[in-house]
Design a protein around this ligand. Sequence first.
Ligand code: FAD
Length: 481
Amino acid sequence: GSVASTVVQRNPMFSTINSDDLIYFEKILGVKKVIQDHEELQTANTDWMHKYKGSSKLMLQPENATELSQILEYCNSRRLAVVPQGGNTGLVGGSVPVFDEIIINTRRMNSIIFFDKVSGVLVCEAGCILENLISFLDKEGFIMPLDLGAKGSCQIGGNISTNAGGLRLVRYGSLHGTVLGLEVVLANGSVIDMLGTLRKDNTGYDLKHLFIGSEGSLAIITKVSILTSPKLSSVNIAFLACQDYISCQKLLFQAKRRLGEILSAFEFLDAQAMNLVLHHLDGARNPLPSAIYNFYVLIETTGSNESNDKEKLEAFLVHAMESSLVSDGALAQDYSQATSFWHIREGIPEALMKAGAVYKYDLSLPVEKMYDLVEEMRIRLGAAANVVGYGHLGDGNLHLNVSAPQYDDAILAQIEPFVYEWTSRHRGSISAEHGLGLMKAEKIYYSKSSETVQLMASIKKILDPNGILNPYKVIPSSLVS
Ligand code: FAD
């Protein structure tokens, strides 16, 4: 009954699980890591949006690379397809089976292995939950280079497999910069140790980059080495209102110049997103309740000198008010107010979920064009759906969301392929940070040339010749034999 299985067909090359398979898995893992419980499988078969649903009868939870290696070697020889699963917060249907693929869940690989205060290098297992890493580092006086609304459930291995962007990318850059090393297990069971902790290492091809953002299609990540940053003492958060989109852009331009090195987040949401949050999210309060504005911008600064940072931010805000870029604004006075500002921005996906069915598009676009798409979509859909725009404006990343009472083919036909064609025409990307998963595997050509996709398929063939790793995802089915 999934949205997806109507589109793709089960690959008949894959075997189905039999009782000998179960006996083997129980022998190498022990019974408690071989899960056949109906309820647990129901949850693991269903994605975060309740949009994609598989029918897997088996979930395995290896505790280390050795166990995983045995699992994969066996699955490869038996041609049993698998889906790697971390926190299952992915938004493109990549983390759940499409049919009966075995779910390989990484939650038991959750130890911190090593932390070096001098270099800031953290080495841990792939199943560590992001929020646990954030808390661990906090005690050491450090922060993770990434942060996202799903931090309470998502795992660092899942983050790296999706090349997650999140709320701090504008300051700390992408995971391609901060991930220093990986350990991965290939489809044939080989454990590949690329777990370097060096910032500089030009000895040949830097293969770890292949696995960052490969969405479990090339290998399963088991260990991670990542560069963390010192936790700086002064953090300020401003919640601002803009009357039009051009003001948001000018504000970004000014923020990059006037706040410079202390700018650590620049997020935006439109009035429709704000309304959804206020209606559906417990405890959400509008920081600027005196009027309705078309756009809201959340700006965070992080620096080392409280008085200098405050002075900079205040000068920036005065300038923004005087030049009428900003119509209203509030500066968080304490930790709880700061949290409540972030709660609004981070709560948008949850509010959208609660509002009904949601069509999600995660696009990279030139900042000046970004909001035109939201407006065009509103005109196309009229009263049939609520069109919401928000995202990481500082990185040119729009989250365009269409919210409707239920999934409806007539609505979908108004959105696609229009949204992909529009993005392609403006030389954007149809996936800024969520990945392709199942949702966009067949759409890859809107953002990549056919030669590039062909090369991707060749690399996949080398690393996973039987195609057992996360089938139906990332690479278009026509290129998978
Ligand atoms: P999963 O959802 O379990 O898996 C995601 C993909 O990675 C799947 O294809 C899976 O097969 C593969 N995978 C997982 N673990 C491994 C592994 N160890 N080895 C190989 N492959 C693996 N994303 C952003 O980029 N930025 C955001 O700001 C952001 N905000 C979000 C806010 C909310 C409320 C929610 C629900 C999601 C958000 N996301 C965001 C999307 C999602 O959280 C990220 O994609 C996240 O990185 C997924 O991590 P996960 O552990 O849940 O992975």
